[in-house]
Design a protein around this ligand. Sequence first.
Ligand code: SF4
Ligand code: SF4
Length: 222
Amino acid sequence: MPETEIRTVFSGYPDIIYGFTDISYCSYRESYRSALVLAVPYGEQLTPDDYTEERFEQGIQTAKGRLETVVAEIEQVLQKHHVKYWIPPVAQENETELRALFSFKTAAAHAGIGWFGKNDVIITEKYGPRVRLSAILIDEVFTYGRPVTTGRCPDDCTKCVDICPCKALKNQQWSIEKDRSEIIDYQKCNRMRSAFIKKLGRKNACGLCMAVCPFGRHEQES
Ligand code: SF4
Ligand code: SF4
């Protein structure tokens, strides 16, 4: 069983949130029994006071580098135990559906890492939405987290809804049976971010609806 060794890897990264979930809820259940979900805090935990798109993008890149390091260590464990695994790509399949092959966010909710905020981003108690997610599908059984099935955003909080420059968010509390389209007009969000490709050579990272979230803000106040 590689679980103990995987947990030992994470003990070297105490700030990284992780959890296991069975994936009987999705089509990959034919090939893998579980998913390990990782949530690495962004390099900078930005608020609206210090937010710039460049700093937000840099924070993403820092978290990405750390993710690659820890995932490589976990791969070594899995290979040593000859366990079948697959790391799904983070990228969306195409620009029409704008959906990834395997949703890290859905897996994070199933693993008990957090809930979908009204900004359609996973909200963790510790960092709010300021985390980068990844997942590894693993054909092995683990001790699973308790799934989060409903949103925990305060009913009267509309900070992310109000700050969105293209009014893509619909001020809807999430629950696990809801479709993404009930929370966000993803095409609107993507159109706004894609408009920057010519100027930046990439989409606008836009983390406004994350920087404004009050969850996790105590991290930099302490
Ligand atoms: S990422 Fe930006 S454009 Fe998209 S929903 Fe959040 S604030 Fe709006
Ligand atoms: S800003 Fe408020 S409504 Fe939006 S995700 Fe954070 S807690 Fe939820």
